[in-house]
Design a protein around this ligand. Structure first.
Ligand code: G3H
Length: 255
C-alpha cells in the first residue's frame, strides 16, 4: 500500500477507473514494453485478483496471449482452487501453441492443482465445419461449461500486432486497416470508438452472451497498448482491469 502511494499508482488507478468506467483498476509499476519483469508483475497481480474472486467449484474461462502465459507462470496451489475447472475461452485463432488458450488454461490448472478441459477446434473454420463441430459432445460440454463460468480472464492486443502475429489473410489485414481496427481480444477486433469491426469465426465464449454476474478480468500493459485498452473498454468495460504504469499514463495523457 505504502509503495503504491509513494509512486502515485493509487492515483493512477482511481483516475483510470473513472476514465474507463471500470470499477476496479490495478496498476503495477513500470512499462512492460520496456522491462519484461513488469509483465511478470501483471501476471502476479492477475492471479491475485482471480484468487480474490474465485470460490471452490467455480468454472474459470481463460484466453490466450503472452500476458496470460505470464499469469499461468505465477499460478500456485491454493485451497481457493479446490474443484475449480479451467476452460479455454475460445478455439484456435492461429496463435503459436505456447500461447493458445488451450495451453494456458491447462497450464494454469496444473499449477493450481485444479482440473481443465480442452477445446479441440482448429483455426480458420468454414461456417459448415464450425456448425458441425459445435454438435460434437466434447465441444458441447466445454461450451456449456463456458456458459457457467464465473470468471473470465483475457488479454487485449493491438490490432495490427495481433493480425500480424496470427495466420491472418492479406485480405482481412487490409480490411482491418480500412475499418481502423485498433484493438483485438478473443478474435474480436474493435475500432477506437469501441465498435466491433470484425469477429473471427471460431467456437467459444461470445462477448454478447456474457451476463452481469460473470466477473471479467482483463490484463494488458505496455504503453504501446494504450489505444487498444481504451478502445476495448469502450466496447465493454471489464469488472477488473490490470495494467501497468506505462499504459495507464499513456491512456490518461491521450484523453
Ligand atoms: O487477444 C489479445 C492477445 O491475446 C494479447 O496477447 O498478451 O501476447 O499481448 P499478448
Amino acid at each position: 500500500h505504502t509503495v503504491k502511494y509513494a509512486f502515485g499508482l493509487e492515483e493512477l488507478e482511481r483516475k483510470l477507473s473513472g476514465y474507463l468506467s471500470v470499477p476496479k483498476v490495478i496498476v503495477v509499476s513500470g512499462d512492460s514494453d520496456e522491462l519484461p519483469v513488469v509483465k511478470k508483475e501483471l501476471g502476479r497481480a492477475t492471479v491475485q485478483q482471480m484468487k480474490n474472486r474465485v470460490s471452490p467449484g467455480d468454472v474459470i474461462a481463460v484466453a490466450g496471449g503472452t500476458t496470460l502465459a505470464s499469469a499461468a507462470d505465477m499460478m500456485v496451489p491454493d485451497a481457493k482452487w479446490n474443484n475449480t475447472i479451467f476452460v479455454p475461452a475460445r478455439g484456435g485463432l492461429g496463435e503459436k501453441v505456447e500461447i493458445q488458450a488451450n495451453t494456458i488454461s491447462s497450464a494454469m490448472a496444473m499449477k493450481a492443482q485444479a482440473s481443465y478441459r480442452l477445446l479441440h477446434v482448429p483455426d480458420q473454420l468454414s461456417e459448415d465445419t464450425r456448425r458441425s463441430l459445435m454438435q460434437e459432445p466434447g465441444v458441447q460440454e466445454v461450451l456449456a461449461l463456458l456458459k457457467s463460468a464465473s470468471l473470465v480472464v483475457h488479454g487485449i492486443g493491438e490490432a495490427k500486432t495481433m493480425a500480424g502475429r496470427r495466420t491472418t489473410s492479406a485480405s482481412l489485414r487490409s480490411r482491418l486497416e480500412e475499418e481502423s481496427a485498433v484493438a483485438e481480444s478473443f478474435g474480436y477486433y474493435v475500432n477506437q470508438d469501441g465498435k466491433v469491426v470484425h469477429r473471427e469465426n471460431t467456437v467459444g465464449l461470445q462477448w454478447d452472451e456474457l451476463r452481469p454476474d460473470q466477473t471479467v478480468i482483463t490484463v494488458a500493459g505496455g504503453s504501446s497498448k494504450a489505444k487498444a485498452i481504451d478502445a476495448y473498454m469502450r466496447y465493454r468495460p471489464s469488472s477488473i482491469l490490470i495494467t501497468d504504469e506505462g499504459a495507464a499514463k499513456a491512456i490518461l495523457n491521450q484523453s
